[in-house]
Design a protein around this ligand. Sequence first.
Ligand code: RB5
Length: 146
Amino acid sequence: MIALGCDHGGYAIKEAVRGYLEESGIEYKDFGTYSEESVDYPIYAKKVAESVACGECEKGILCCGTGIGISIAANKVKGIRAAVVTNEFCAEMTRRHNDANILAMGGRVINEKQAVDFTRIFLETPFDGGRHINRVNMITEIENEN
Ligand code: RB5
């Protein structure tokens, strides 16, 4: 199950991603927002991040105007590694090296096709493990110390 969330700035690309998941038969839970009416992105970041952190959803996709605010908010939830992605290389590498569990994108930065392409890469790319395990664990240690 994939958790989806956005604010008004990310609504169009969230809808494009939702269409892709629907067509691909990938189960998702859409936490909103459901229109382009102005809303506050931390609300949706929290819903999606908590759903991933508790294991209800395996991964999350969050979209706002830049992808930045919504990822900062999501990263405040324990266990979340949300990455803002603006190209295919980063979509792949944040899975391979960072084991990111939330993909964040900006509707004022990328187009709908890019959002779908980055989502596909993000969902299909496994974590490399190996030397990256210790580094990801070190991130968790920082989280646990604070
Ligand atoms: C909303 O105008 C905008 O600030 C938001 O979508 C996002 O870009 C914040 O980081």
